[in-house]
Design a protein around this ligand. Structure first.
Ligand code: XLS
Ligand code: NI
Ligand code: NI
Length: 443
């Protein structure tokens, strides 16, 4: 049975196409800088936003109209799997991602919950045998159920810590079973509401103990995939321990976890932390810690995680610049951790949204690739730092100098000459590259 009957496979038709159900810029087979778009972009559909969410917000009920609305419980869960693989195939996406609770309902006991998981995992595994769509990552939802009210691995309640361990254990087994590329930890409630009732040191130590046990268990079952921390500064807690990449990196270094973990960077989380998306990507990249990306965008006027589909070409360009500079995403991907707006409640909107995001990232990729090929920023930056290529600068970077010698150098200076940073010029160049790319694909 087809859930999205009126929709055929989405094909690339080019920039002049007026067909809403066609890609205008994303051409999976097109080669950009030596690899196909499909290989570089590694798009992924987020199960929770696309199949589980119904448009509920803090002020109103769900609005989504879905072909599986008449079903409940396990029947609903099964229908969603069928619909999911139909959508993956029609969108031609290589990956998907899910939380345990997205795919199957929780039972009355952990045992029952695991049994429900097993039924649906088995079904997903069957579908994956013939589908080209693979699992980018799975994760355990340790934030929705009331038991996580005070956190999961950072809960003051040791029983909750144990329960959370059981959930991740099951998640790691599922990752192994389905051949996941990564396993994700988003610390939804791993933080605090007020320091007045919080033992921050114990909570962070416990979180590290939890991660080490996860590493040990993965080794035990032969699951050899990157673990990804997904930084977010706030929401739902007032302060989350994995605030941003820099904070997360300090945590991983302190607790000796850098060999096993990298970062899953979400655009909207970056902006909530007061950073740009590209700042978080850059911080991860220069530290060799860029694992994967939750591709979405926030709303600069709103202070929460609006998880919009990433249609902003400018932002996508700067993100792809970092990703290409990283040599790609490796086993990571661009996961659309993005939801259609509450007012976009028809099933067709799920397709419009993904097409919009995929096209906007395809443009970003092309522009970024051209910027790198032409060395536009590279040559400017190289020049800007050229004082470190000779003389005292070279001595500094080679660690061959001292405060005494630097003072001597400074005393001999008669004038210090700086050069312009050329911010506006560089921004104009980016605009020019975006417009040139757009006109070249339309021509
Ligand atoms: C929420 C997070 C979540 C993670 C997976 O803000 O982005 O969706 O990606 O738990
Ligand atoms: Ni996310
Ligand atoms: Ni998020």
């Amino acid at each position: 049975m087809a859930y999205f009957e009126n929709i055929n496979k989405i094909e690339f038709e080019g920039a002049s196409s007026k067909n809403p159900f066609a890609f205008k810029y994303y051409n999976p087979e097109e080669s950009v800088g030596g690899q196909t778009m499909e290989e570089i972009l590694r798009f992924s559909v987020a199960y929770w936003h696309t199949f589980t969410a119904d448009g509920t917000d803090p002020f109103g009920a769900g609005t989504a109209i879905r072909p599986w609305d008449n079903l409940k419980g396990m029947d609903l869960a099964k229908a969603r799997v069928e619909a999911a693989f139909e959508l993956f195939e029609k969108l031609n996406v290589p990956f998907f991602a899910f939380h345990d609770v997205d795919i199957a309902p929780e039972g009355r006991t952990l045992k029952e919950t695991n049994e429900n998981q097993d039924v649906i995992l088995g079904m997903i595994k069957e579908y994956m045998k013939t589908s080209k769509t693979k699992l980018l990552w799975n994760t355990a939802n340790m934030f929705t159920n009331p038991r996580y009210v005070h956190g999961a691995a950072t809960s003051p309640n040791a029983d909750v810590f144990a329960y959370s361990a059981a959930k991740v254990k099951k998640g790691l087994e599922a990752a192994k079973e389905l051949g996941a590329e990564n396993y994700v930890f988003w610390g939804g409630r791993e933080g605090y509401e007020t320091l007045l009732n919080t033992n921050m040191k114990l909570e962070q130590d416990n979180l590290a103990r939890f991660f080490h046990m996860a590493v040990d268990y993965a080794k035990e079952i032969g699951l050899n995939v990157p673990f990804l921390i997904e930084p977010k500064p706030k929401e739902p807690t007032k302060h989350q321990y994995d605030f941003d990449v820099a904070t997360g990196l300090a945590f991983l270094q302190k607790y000796d976890l850098t060999d096993y973990f990298k970062f899953n960077i979400e655009a909207n989380h970056a902006t909530l932390a007061g950073h740009t998306f590209e700042h978080e990507l850059r911080t991860a990249r220069i530290n060799g810690m860029l694992g994967s990306v939750d591709a979405n965008q926030g709303d600069t006027l709103l202070g929460w995680d609006t998880d919009e589909f990433p249609t902003d070409i400018y932002s996508n360009t700067l993100a792809m610049y970092e990703i290409l500079k990283n040599g790609g995403l490796g086993k990571g991907g661009l996961n659309f951790d993005a939801k259609v707006r509450r007012g976009s409640f028809e099933a067709d909107d799920l397709f419009h949204a993904h097409i919009a995001g995929m096209d906007a990232f395809a443009i970003g990729l092309k522009v970024a690739n051209k910027l790198i090929e032409d060395k536009v920023l590279d040559s400017f930056i190289e020049d800007r730092y050229s004082s470190y290529n000779e003389g005292i600068g070279l001595a500094i970077v080679e660690g061959r100098t001292s405060f005494r010698e630097l003072e001597n150098h400074a005393l001999q200076l008669t004038e210090i000459r700086n050069t312009s940073g050329r911010t506006e010029r560089l921004k104009a160049v980016i605009n020019q590259y975006i417009l040139e790319t757009l006109s070249s694909v339309t021509a």
